[in-house]
Design a protein around this ligand. Structure first.
Ligand code: SF4
Ligand code: SF4
Length: 460
């Protein structure tokens, strides 16, 4: 703890926030977002597509399985493109609609929401929770607190287990958990992620957004005066003050804000939206929902707290289409189309022809010259394939393979290849274009360049 010379502490303990439950259109939207996003997180690893876990980042094998596609180390450019797309989307949607991500899709928001649901279910609504925390320890408090802790821990452990299930086949992991035979790293990461979920969503909550999240710091750089923000209309709301419903605010010289403080009570970060735009605001829109309900009760128009823009608040004309929106939008369009094109046109075959270093060439009876290679071939597909090999630019080449070109799913093979050319085919280096094509799928095709060495006969 830091102390000033006066002895006054510079450390201020964060007061605990007891967000009040809110209903309304944005609350419903967040419930949908929680179910969809967490549903995907918890279910995806259990779903199998084409015989593989639907999403599996198999780091030891250096292969990623995503929705039936297998990504090999040489495909990591797609992963980089996906990350760039995610970053640019964040820029685009932030410039357009402010902190949509924070309020509805950020893992911190989504998991905190579930932890608060559990807390509310076990300990009751805001007032009850405050009373319970202030009460001395008794049987009821012990029972409620321990039930909450138990449910939090189970949920966090399930989250940690699922997280590791994206990196280790989840069915095997489940069997290992049941037989208590998890490996040390799997155990470590399950506990680590479970602990991080428990700590961040159970205790740190809004402090992660306020003090730890870098996005909260730099998102304001993406804002302009036409970005959608959640704002209190002070022109309409002030001067604030309590009143009877029957009182005409204009006659009483009051604005529309009845100073009920409900917008502060529902705020998960504990701020007062009436103090203006603050970086702590995660744009969850809870204050909009609750204020709209107050306005309905008072029979005032809705929207005292609403999604708006700075320009709109100052009665200036706003522009949805702005240079930064166009730039972000175009970049996104180009990168998404390029990534989709690349992924859909990806040929799941990799082949290299490596010359035998021991002999330049070998002369065989019958005026035939033989060059020996090793074909390094990888079937990057989830299905087995048989490949046909053909020299495209020289009809006289005879191909001899040490084994048929048949590969199982994701098989890597090294096959000895002998190319035999009649001496009459030429002298010195012969450039060959060799095509490999799956016999069951002509779109799986690769052309590799090879050099065949031929004797040079001087004086001829
Ligand atoms: S909920 Fe609306 S009326 Fe109540 S204090 Fe907040 S802004 Fe004012
Ligand atoms: S001020 Fe409103 S939108 Fe911002 S975090 Fe609080 S409740 Fe959510």
């Amino acid at each position: 703890m830091t102390e000033q010379a006066s002895g006054e502490s510079l450390y201020r303990k964060e007061p605990k926030i007891y967000p009040r439950q809110v209903t309304g259109r944005f609350a419903r939207l967040r419930v949908v977002a929680v179910w969809v996003l967490l549903g995907l997180f918890y279910l995806l690893p259990w779903i199998r597509i084409a015989g593989k876990q639907s999403v599996l980042f198999d780091l030891p094998a250096r292969k990623f399985y995503i929705l039936g596609m297998t990504f090999w180390p040489q495909d990591f450019v797609y992963l980089a493109l996906l990350l760039i797309t995610a970053g640019l989307s964040l820029f685009f949607f932030t410039a357009l609609a402010g902190r949509l991500w924070c309020g509805f899709a950020c893992p911190q928001t989504v998991w905190t929401e579930v932890f608060i649901w559990i807390e509310r279910w076990v300990e009751g609504e805001r007032q009850k929770r405050m009373k319970l925390d202030a009460a001395p320890w008794n049987a009821e408090k012990i029972l409620r607190k321990s039930t909450k802790q138990f449910l939090w821990i189970v949920f966090a452990a399930w989250t940690g287990f699922t997280f590791v299930g994206f990196f280790t086949p989840i069915r095997e992991l489940g069997a290992n958990v049941l037989s208590l035979s998890m490996g040390p790293w799997e155990t470590f990461w399950t506990i680590f992620y479970a602990f991080a979920t428990y700590g961040n969503a159970g205790y740190l909550r809004e402090q992660v957004c306020k003090y730890m999240c870098p996005y909260a710091r730099f998102q304001s750089a993406m804002f302009d005066k036409d970005t959608l923000i959640i704002s209190y209309d002070s022109e309409r709301g002030e001067p604030r003050g309590g009143r009877r419903k029957s009182l005409d605010p204009q006659e009483a010289g009051l604005g529309d804000c009845i100073n009920c403080t409900l917008c502060v009570q529902v705020c998960p970060t504990g701020i007062d939206i009436r103090d203006g735009l603050q970086y702590e605001c995660i744009a969850c829109a809870a204050c909009i929902d609750v204020c709209d309900q107050v306005m309905d009760k008072m029979e005032y128009p809705r929207g005292l707290v609403r999604y708006t823009t700075e320009h709109s608040l100052k009665h200036k004309t706003g522009h949805v289409i702005r240079p930064r929106i166009i730039v972000y939008g175009l970049l996104l369009l180009v990168i998404i189309s390029g990534t989709l094109w690349g992924m859909t046109h990806r040929v799941p075959l990799r082949a290299d022809l490596i010359r035998d270093r021991n002999a330049l060439y070998r002369e065989l009876p019958g005026d035939v010259v033989e060059n020996v290679y090793t074909l390094k071939i990888t079937n990057m597909d989830n299905a087995p394939h048989r490949y046909d090999m053909l020299v495209l630019n020289n009809d006289s080449v005879d191909i001899d393979l040490s084994r048929p070109l048949e590969l199982g799913p994701e098989e890597v093979a090294g096959i000895s290849v002998r190319l035999r050319l009649p001496k009459s085919a030429g002298q010195g280096v012969q450039h060959l274009d060799i095509q490999l094509q799956a016999s069951d799928d002509p779109s799986i095709r690769k052309v590799i360049k090879a050099k065949a060495m031929m004797p040079i006969e001087f004086g001829k």
